[in-house]
Design a protein around this ligand. Structure first.
Ligand code: PDD
Length: 297
């Protein structure tokens, strides 16, 4: 058999109760995650060996599971133990103390293995997978230069609030920006901002931060609550409401947030400068706040 998994790095991972590596882990071809994308996932940043906003990520995991009518196979304490064990396994893999590593833990739960039928199967054991990898942070030079995005129609489904592994819409929209060397594709539904293919979007105008409402059209990033809190701490007004396309193009600053991006300044949108074309003061404040939140977590 042509074993393509042999080309993967031998990173530590967890599959259905056992710790193994990406080269060895095997899932059935009849897994409903493989056949239907019938599953959910989480991406948890780990700084200096400590998961960041762990409870928030696992509360969202619970919400995503409930939307797909799946049960959570582990308790919060069991998830915490699993994540801690993976973080230690990755630290051993790179031969560094865990406290000196920044990692990204990916978790996926699918409905499990069954003969193909769209109808949900209940009572079958779910497939539980998790892996740890290094977290690649953007450099100060990249941050100072700012990032480029393009815009596109949001052609995804109307249940974007579920962190589902059915990601063809996100893959297609992200590739549009990748094709032109941009970091993200910022999407609009009926002329209103929703989010980017794998990040949330923040519009700054006259010193105030605006974001899309928490509804079914966006994934409520774990950074949603954090950005709100950082704004409050910095005395920056914050509001969630529908944002028309024009307002995005007339923004003083435009920001992206996600587990891997933290908060990033967008300085070019569809080839046009955002504001004065440089990362702005609200970005600087939120980024500084984010760094101190990491240190005190
Ligand atoms: N993406 N919106 C979408 C569609 C996303 O996929 C993500 C995260 C976010 C930001 O959520 P958070 O702040 O919790 O990372 C918003 C992850 C990182 C991913 O799919 O890899």
């Amino acid at each position: 058999m042509n074993d393509t998994a042999a080309t993967l790095p031998p990173l530590p991972c967890y599959l259905n109760g056992e710790f193994t590596t990406l080269r060895e882990a095997r899932v059935s071809v009849m897994d409903r995650g493989f056949i239907f994308g019938d599953g959910i996932y989480e991406v948890v940043p780990v700084y200096a060996g400590r998961p960041f906003r762990f409870e928030h990520h696992f509360a969202r995991l619970d919400r995503s599971l409930a939307e797909l009518r799946m049960e959570n196979p582990l308790t919060l304490a069991q998830w915490r133990e699993l994540v801690d064990q993976l973080v230690q396994a990755y630290a051993r893999h790179v031969a560094q103390p865990a406290a000196e590593t920044n990692q990204l833990v990916y978790i996926q739960i699918t409905r499990g293995v069954a003969m193909r039928d769209h109808v949900m199967q209940f009572g079958i054991p779910p497939t539980v997978f998790a892996m740890a990898n290094r977290m690649a942070l953007y450099t100060p030079e990249q941050r100072a230069a700012g990032f480029t995005c393009i815009t596109a129609d949001d052609f995804r489904w109307k249940k974007a609030h579920i962190k589902s592994t059915s990601l063809a819409g996100a893959v297609l929209s992200r590739q549009m920006s990748a094709d032109v060397g941009a970091i993200e594709t910022i999407m609009f539904r009926d002329g209103m901002l929703s989010e980017a293919s794998s990040s949330n979007v923040w519009v700054v105008k006259n010193g105030k931060v605006y974001g899309s409402p928490r509804d079914n059209l966006v994934l409520e990033g774990i950074r949603y609550g954090l950005i709100e809190q950082l704004c409050r701490d910095a005395g920056v007004p914050f509001e969630l409401r529908r944002i028309p396309r024009d307002e995005v193009f007339q923004a003083d600053e435009l920001l992206l947030s996600s587990a891997t991006k933290e908060v990033l300044p967008v300085t070019t949108l569809d080839g046009k400068s955002v504001g004065n074309g440089k990362p702005g003061p609200i970005y600087e404040k939120l980024y500084a706040g984010y760094q101190s939140a990491k240190r005190s977590s």
